[in-house]
Design a protein around this ligand. Structure first.
Ligand SMILES: Cc1ncc(COP(=O)(O)O)c(C=O)c1O
Length: 315
């Protein structure tokens, strides 16, 4: 386990709150041996003025967890208490900082990669840690176009947020860092721009915003959908969802990555080619600001996206 994680007191597994160290699976579980699990990464944002922690788009994440489980042909349903248990977990840990947490549906013991009948054991756990803001939000990232191709729908579907998919991302990240870049962008099996490890991509060129479609080998990102809506409804710009060529990245005015973990992070160079002026662009800054205002509860009309932790909640 990473030394960077400052362990909180509590975790949740299979219906019970347990001390952090007791949130464990057996080493022989299929989730461990073959990566047979699906998960969500969810953020909760601390608002110091209101002394409130807001979970961002909880229901959308629970819905996507169910979608991932369905495609994986997992047998169980997402437990009804998954949302309220996750909120209770944040409360029990008394978090007063920004938090990143992960509800996971795992495959336990079972032969045949866990695909055998009778069905193998399945279960759920949630872990949460505090997460300070990344420097890259301000400074931006220097990225490469990876020589690794994004997994595709009929191989390892990126629409499923499966743990095993992240080995593809790990290859790309290792390559990027070995070659002196901060991060990577994938092309898909058609050679078009897909997404980045753990993040979707937006491109601004000549006052028009573009993003690859959900059929480009991407996760159906909740942040991507959020930003499309914010661009349209709050900034008055439509977002065109269409295939993007690699060379369009080199001539873009602005590029940014987005995701629950990545938030809205500017890209300032791609393959050592400056993006625009080589610093975060104006539209990137505007949408970044709007996103954080919404996530921290500073946009009253968007409060339906938030679940307050330190108030009575019914999820
Ligand atoms: C592969 C991949 N793409 C995109 C995203 C962004 O998705 P979301 O905005 O729902 O967090 C993530 C992060 O969860 C991801 O893992």
């Amino acid at each position: 386990m990473s030394n960077e994680l400052r362990s909180p007191e509590w975790a949740w597994i299979d219906g019970r709150f347990v001390p952090w160290a007791e949130c464990v699976l057996h080493a022989r579980a299929q989730a461990i041996m073959t990566g047979a699990s699906v998960f969500e990464g969810i953020r909760a944002y601390w608002n110091p003025q209101r002394e409130q922690l807001y979970v961002f788009r909880l229901q959308e994440h629970l819905d996507r967890l169910a979608t991932s489980m369905k495609i994986m042909r997992m047998k169980q349903a997402v437990p009804a208490e998954m949302g309220s248990a996750s909120v209770e977990l944040l409360r029990r840990n008394n978090f007063r900082d920004d938090v990143h947490y992960m509800p996971v549906a795992y495959v336990g013991f079972g032969e045949g990669y866990g695909a055998q009948t009778p069905p193998v054991q399945e279960g759920f756990f949630i872990t949460a840690v505090t997460k300070p803001p990344s420097r890259a939000l301000e400074a931006g990232l220097s990225v490469c176009v990876s020589s690794w191709q994004r997994i595709s729908d009929n191989i390892m579907p990126p629409r499923v947020k499966a743990a095993a998919n992240y080995q593809n991302s790990r290859f790309a990240l290792l390559e990027a860092r070995t070659n002196g870049y901060d991060y990577a962008i994938f092309l898909n099996s058609a050679g078009k721009v897909s997404e980045a490890p753990g993040a979707c991509i937006f491109v601004v060129r000549a006052d028009q915003v573009y993003t690859p479609p959900v059929t480009a080998g991407i996760l159906e990102s909740i942040t991507r959908a959020t930003l499309i809506q914010l661009f349209r409804e709050r900034m008055g710009h439509s977002v065109i969802e269409r295939e993007i060529d690699r060379t369009e990245l080199y001539v873009a005015d602005e590029v940014f990555l987005c995701g629950t973990g990545m938030e809205v992070t500017p890209v300032i160079a791609i393959d050592h080619v400056s993006v625009g002026l080589g610093r975060p662009g104006r539209w990137t800054r505007e949408i970044q600001d709007l996103y954080f205002r919404a996530a921290r509860g500073e946009e009253a009309t968007l409060s339906h996206w938030l679940t307050p932790v330190y108030a009575p909640v019914q999820v």
